[in-house]
Design a protein around this ligand. Structure first.
Ligand SMILES: NC(=O)C1=CN([C@@H]2O[C@H](COP(=O)(O)OP(=O)(O)OC[C@H]3O[C@@H](n4cnc5c(N)ncnc54)[C@H](O)[C@@H]3O)[C@@H](O)[C@H]2O)C=CC1
Ligand SMILES: Nc1nc(=O)c2c([nH]1)NC[C@@H]1CN(c3ccc(C(=O)N[C@@H](CCC(=O)O)C(=O)O)cc3)CN21
Length: 290
């Protein structure tokens, strides 16, 4: 599938082809409204946030599937209360949805709420292929992680890729969102030098008020300094103004060299503004026909 890239600047790679999106369990109505704007077959992640019930997450994945998209349920290892709970969640997804993809992440709790310490523990448990999962997303941190040092992140990435490969599963990286093209490009180059060849979906924010961007950045441990936000195309003094990722995407499209940065796609984080994000993508990059 190729999407038309409507910008004047011809990208060196077709960065926007087959982008992915993210929703929460609360976004089913927005997903339904936005569906005509989104190409069939688009992967749509369903987050695993605290305070959501399992059936709501399953219903969201079901809506994704029914509307013609590919559900990518998230599993937050440290938030899983027991192996039974995880098995139940996966069985519900299998029965009511039918999933071929999932995304595994440790999660923010400082210590595990159940038996799974990290994403690797979920993968190693082997429950995913048993319910038909064939492709698994893992994290990536273009700007590093505030609480996990670089060697630990690199080791975790390699261990997860190896464990997925051992089970015959495909792997891809979906990164934490970032505002800084330089940081993203340097990180991509580094992981490729370290031998990571799997596709990377670079996480970018959807259009949002500067206030919301700064709030989410603080909450997620992402840099949003005055300097970085200026490069992104806005100013942190204009808290109520809206900023989209168009400059960041244009810069990435101009500068990504597949021989250096590998296979790179985009993943949009709407932060609650799902319809606005789908509209933004359709407006800027062409309505998406397979
Ligand atoms: N990228 C994203 O979209 C999201 C990221 N997160 C963040 O991801 C972090 C790590 O997840 P993964 O990259 O899947 O790690 P991971 O499961 O691959 O673990 C890597 C290493 O970091 C340690 N670790 C994991 N979570 C930690 C935490 N909260 N505090 C301190 N050490 C931790 C693990 O024990 C392991 O040694 C979470 O802590 C959270 O901050 C959470 C939700 C979404
Ligand atoms: N470290 C870390 N922890 C996370 O939980 C996290 C990340 N990183 N990176 C990005 C994703 C995206 N995440 C989220 C978290 C919350 C909403 C959410 O609650 N949205 C609200 C409205 C948004 C608002 O607060 O204005 C909603 O109702 O959907 C969405 C995405 C969580 N994520």
């Amino acid at each position: 599938m190729k999407l038309a890239y409507a910008d004047q600047h011809a990208p060196t790679v077709d960065l926007i082809q087959s982008f992915s999106l993210e929703m929460t369990a609360k976004d089913i109505e927005s997903l339904t409204d936005a569906a005509p704007l989104i190409p069939a077959g688009t992967p749509i992640s369903v987050t695993y946030l605290p305070g959501e019930e399992m059936p709501a997450r399953v219903a969201a994945a079901q809506a994704v599937k029914n509307l013609g998209f590919v559900p990518v349920p998230h599993i937050s290892a440290r938030r899983v209360l027991s192996r039974d709970d995880l098995q139940q969640f996966l069985a519900m997804l299998d029965e009511h949805v039918g999933i071929e993809r999932a995304f595994v992440i440790a999660g923010d709790p400082a210590s595990p709420m159940g038996p799974y310490e990290d994403a690797l523990a979920i993968i190693r448990d082997g429950l995913l292929p048993a319910v038909g999962v064939r492709k698994v997303g893992i994290s990536g941190y273009p700007e590093g992680h505030p609480d996990i040092d670089k060697p630990k992140l690199a080791k975790a990435m390699h261990d997860k890729i190896a464990a997925l490969s051992d089970q015959g599963l495909e792997a891809e990286i979906m990164t934490q969102f970032a505002f800084d093209a330089d940081a993203i490009l340097v990180w991509l180059e580094r992981i490729r030098q370290e031998g990571v060849t799997i596709p990377v979906r670079v996480g970018v924010p959807g259009p949002a008020s500067v206030k919301k961007l700064v709030r989410f950045a603080a909450r997620c441990g992402v840099g949003a300094s005055a300097k970085v936000m200026l490069k992104y195309g806005t100013s942190i003094t204009k808290l109520l103004s809206t900023a989209g990722p168009e400059k960041l995407i244009e810069e990435l499209a101009d500068r990504i060299d597949p021989s250096v940065h590998g296979d790179v796609l985009l993943h949009f984080y709407p932060f609650g503004a799902f319809v606005d994000t789908a509209q933004f993508i359709a407006n800027h990059y062409g309505t998406a026909k397979a």
